[in-house]
Design a protein around this ligand. Sequence first.
Ligand code: GTP
Ligand code: MG
Length: 445
Amino acid sequence: MNSDIQSNIESKERAVLVGIYGDTIDKRQAEEYITELELLADTAGGVTVDKILQHKPRPDVSTYIGKGKLREVRQKMKEASADLVIFDDDLSPTQARNIEKATESKVLDRSGLILDIFASRAKTSAAKTQVELAQLQYLLPRLTRYWTHLSRQKGGIGTKGPGETQIETDRRLIGRRISVLKEKLEKLDNQRKVQRKGRKDALRVALVGYTNAGKSSLMNAMTDTSVFAENRLFATLDATVRRLQIDQEEVLLSDTVGFIRKLPHNLVESFKSTLDEIREADILLHVVDVASPVKNDYIETVNKTLEELEVHKKPVILVFNKVDLLESPQDMADVKHQYPGAVMVSAYRGIGLDDISREIKKRVESNYLYRKIVLPIQNYHVVSFLHEVAEVEEESYDEDSIVITCRIHEKYSGRLDELLRKNNASGTDLQGANGENHADPGNYQ
Ligand SMILES: Nc1nc2c(ncn2[C@@H]2O[C@H](COP(=O)(O)OP(=O)(O)OP(=O)(O)O)[C@@H](O)[C@H]2O)c(=O)[nH]1
Ligand SMILES: [Mg+2]
């Protein structure tokens, strides 16, 4: 065997995972969550040697699990020669300190682990800056001698990112570093805004979903490109945008960072620019791993995150990916029954991709209005605005007016109405794309 690989395996940190269940989550969910934590630990380069679940309706304020259970954890860690203990929840700085004292080993919580993965995965300057900011904000309240000292000196999981010297310096320095990073992010954000202006007219579609659902794979399948995808969590940290043509419609498809249960709050904040892709999208494709036994939980987590981002009112197309993994046609029928509007696809096999395009088209059509605009003559800037943003179908001029019939996206309605108001013009809604007749809301004479 290659000696590098050998040493890599040997150097893997051994982790014991700990979680609780009771009031808010039942045992089955807790088991799924701790399996997810195992995958997170694996993604971070660790190996899980034991998993411990305790029935405990509410976490203990000072030690999270009970004192007796903590002794058991310590014992099991010794037996399994574990290097660290990872909790499937966020620990308060006090809890973390107490647990560390009691177990005499490195302690990590869910946020710390996720931050560590993000740190090792960040490639671009923006992602690196965002992760460092989130890490420092996470670290600041935990910056006490004992905990930091022990955790940091041992190296390994939970210690990637800002180096030892930075962390050991006093809070003021970290505070200053935080402002510098924030400034840097603001600059990057402005640059992105400028870039985005150039593409404002195309339809914007964003892939969102739980981590590992197959968003990047779907992006690749739909656009015939190769965006990094793998069976580990958080393969994608930066938004990638690709062009796509659906009939005549030009579509910009963006891949985004995956969501996860209890995504650290400051991490969500610091990924603002990535999440702007979602905020600015016209349509969201919510990708779900259809083969997961906890897909309903995933859907719920994603919906909650979308709500937190205040984008839940956007049109969403639910896309069940990985249908190739379903064992029977009945499984497929069950999902269809539970989620009637959803699209069933396989990024691997290229199944159902046309259905996604068809759904996108359907949503787009329902967003267009047919309008007849009557303008006093010489209002050429209104004419050129219409030519810029709408599909002009008829245009006629006589001595005192210009009459234009056009198909216009509803997102321009506000701007158009304002222009009409300012210019003493009138706009009549003709027929919506869905065949309804609309009353005339826009006579501004
Ligand atoms: N069987 C099967 N596996 C798939 C399919 N699509 C994606 N996968 C696998 O699922 C895993 C995750 O895929 P990604 O495309 O990286 O998922 P993602 O949603 O972009 O994940 P993050 O970027 O980590 O949030 C990879 O191992 C893919 O190969 C599919 O249609 N069928
Ligand atoms: Mg991805």
